[in-house]
Design a protein around this ligand. Structure first.
Ligand code: 1HE
Length: 258
């Protein structure tokens, strides 16, 4: 499967869905139509998919919200617009299969909000992170208030919003923006390597990670522990888990680190 609309490219390679933001001349600024297309893609994921990689065409991952669409909205429209982003970003965060995002160039504003929904972030050294909302006189609306402090801490987000501070890739890696940082031009190969590795996991484990772990974290200790026990019990009762455990005990499975 390979499809290019004006705004988003999709292609499947080895059961990995590649989703390319495709407005390079607008630095992959995300207009409403882009968000609707992303929403459609996550509503209709093909069967047997192992992983998803989101990336940006051109020199940047994404310049964030398409600011040209912001000018005419009243308060209610602004609220609905933000909630529309939330709905789509939630679908990405709680996706049936894990999402890897490959970053390069600008990963700012709504682009960073999109990247924050992914489960693995691979940043090329050209990547830079910023929240220009602070200096544009607006506020984040795509979920950054909730997701970003979990990655980098509220104080780092506060600094970015208040002072316009920009973090480069390697510093961003140390701060928690990405789990991987690679040389320019090597991000897609790394993302694919990770996607294929992720795809070897039992689907139940991957679902537990994308759909349950973030909710356990949000639930608080008491409820979270019960949710963990239930998830552990369900996961280990699956035939796939029993087979994998048997394979290990009989010397057929990889050891840790192999
Ligand atoms: C855009 C946008 C955009 C570029 N909306 N059109 N985000 C920002 O505040 C970031 C704004 N963008 C930039 O700071 C720069 O464009 C970049 C640093 C990302 C890249 O710079 P550069 O020199 O490569 O590109 P450029 O010349 O600035 O932009 C090329 C074109 O893209 C130009 O249009 P053109 O018709 O004159 O060619 C720009 O106007 C256009 N463009 N970024 C619309 N963002 C859910 S709430 C989220 C809230 C936010 O995300 S706020 C943060 C918005």
């Amino acid at each position: 499967m390979s499809q290019t609309t004006q705004l988003i490219k999709t292609e499947i390679k080895q059961n990995v869905l590649l989703v390319g933001l495709n407005r390079p001349n607008k630095r992959n600024a995300l207009n409403d139509a882009c968000i609707h297309e992303l929403d459609d893609i996550f509503n209709t994921l093909p069967k047997d998919l192992k992983c998803i990689i989101i990336y940006g065409e051109g020199d940047h991952f994404s310049a964030g919200l398409d600011l040209s669409e912001l000018q005419e909205r009243d308060a209610m429209e602004g609220m609905l617009h933000s909630r529309m982003w939330h709905k789509t970003m939630d679908k990405i965060q709680y996706s049936e299969v894990p999402v890897v995002v490959k970053l390069h160039g600008a990963c700012v504003g709504g682009g960073l909000e999109l990247a924050s929904c992914a489960h693995i972030r691979v940043a090329e050294k050209s990547t830079f992170y910023a929240l220009p909302e602070g200096t544009r006189g607006i506020f984040v609306g795509g979920g950054a208030s909730v997701r970003l402090p979990k990655l980098i801490g509220i104080d780092k987000m506060m600094d970015m919003m208040l002072t316009g501070r920009v973090h480069k890739a390697e510093e961003g890696y140390a701060l928690g923006f990405s789990q991987y940082v690679v040389e320019n031009g090597e991000g897609m190969a790394k993302a694919m390597e990770l996607a294929l590795r992720i795809g070897e996991n039992a689907p139940m484990t991957n679902r537990a990670l994308t759909q349950i772990l973030p909710r356990i974290v949000d639930a608080g200790q008491d409820i979270g522990m019960v949710m963990e026990s239930m998830t552990a019990a369900i996961a280990q009762s699956a035939p796939e888990a029993k087979k994998r455990l048997k394979d290990f005990l009989e010397g057929r499975a990889k050891k840790v680190g192999e």
